[in-house]
Design a protein around this ligand. Structure first.
Ligand SMILES: C[S@@+](CC[C@H](N)C(=O)[O-])C[C@H]1O[C@@H](n2cnc3c(N)ncnc32)[C@H](O)[C@@H]1O
Length: 256
């Protein structure tokens, strides 16, 4: 089930305010890749900021965004010259022709940005999703995504004292605070995000669960889908992956 933060119209409208373009190095990293690929599938595209930027920057090829959250896609659809598909990743592939993503076409680049990969929590969901990626990827294509490095323990700072305030498009000042459910169980972290505003009748609470795979577990899931990590970086400046790197940024290719 999609998090309330993505399925609720008012919260989906807040997403780009909370995550402005260029806020960290990931946007430039992915935009470069998208601009040099002929056909791109953005899985968990959310509000579609990456593909919208690519089209604005002159990308003339196939740009396709996939997301199960209609409220997020509603933000993306301001740009009708991009194909926006409502659905989840596990149903994107398949050889039965039922998929509206993979029908008669393969992508040079598949990306999952904004830590969207971490919403894949269960082993079966990860396997089905990675198999779907492989099935829509061309034989010389690349699957590029990032997951937070578990050894950097990012969730330890997801506390109410790190709350942020933003101003929504309608002028409402909204406070956004996280609270992690403890104890953290292995590589799975569940937390709530509470949105409050003096202009709203009541608070909105979204519960999320994310998986923090380490490098070895990630390699094993990729191998199971016929994919292999070609490059891995620990940060958006393409620094090496170390024990303290914030990210595991992976460029995966079909196994030969
Ligand atoms: C944190 S947002 C990232 C959005 C965007 N990629 C970005 O970089 O800002 C995660 C997105 O993944 C989507 N999502 C959740 N489950 C999914 C699934 N099984 N397959 C594809 N996308 C999914 C959510 O609806 C949400 O829009």
């Amino acid at each position: 089930m999609v998090d309330h933060a993505f399925s609720d119209e008012r919260l989906a409208q807040l997403y780009d305010v909370l995550n402005p373009w260029g806020g960290s190095g990931d946007d430039a990293f992915y935009l470069d890749l998208v601009m040099s690929a002929r056909s791109v599938l953005d899985v968990g595209c959310g509000t579609g900021a990456l593909l919208r930027r690519a089209r604005e920057a002159g990308h003339a090829g196939l740009l396709c965004g996939l997301d199960p959250a209609e409220a997020m896609l509603d933000q993306a659809r301001v740009r009708p010259d991009i194909e926006w598909i409502s659905g989840d990743l596990a149903s994107a592939g398949g050889s039965d022709g039922a998929s509206s993503v993979g029908r008669d076409r393969r992508f040079d680049l598949v990306v999952m940005t904004g830590h969207a990969f971490q919403v894949l929590v269960e082993d079966d969901e990860l396997r089905a999703s990675l198999a779907a990626v492989r099935s829509v990827l061309s034989d010389d294509g690349r699957f590029v995504f990032e997951t937070r490095n578990p050894s950097a323990r990012a969730w330890e700072s997801w506390t109410p004292d790190h709350a942020v305030e933003v101003t929504a498009a309608d002028g409402a000042v909204v406070r956004v605070a996280h609270q992690v459910e403890t104890p953290v169980d292995g590589d799975v972290v569940s937390f709530s995000t509470t949105f409050t505003s003096p202009d709203w009748e009541r608070a909105e609470v979204s519960r999320s669960t994310l998986r923090f795979l380490d490098r070895d577990a990630l390699s094993s899931f990729l191998a199971g889908a016929g994919l292999v990590a070609e490059w891995q970086y620990g940060d958006w400046a393409r620094g090496p992956l170390t024990g303290t790197s914030p990210e595991i940024i992976t460029v995966a290719a079909p196994a030969r």
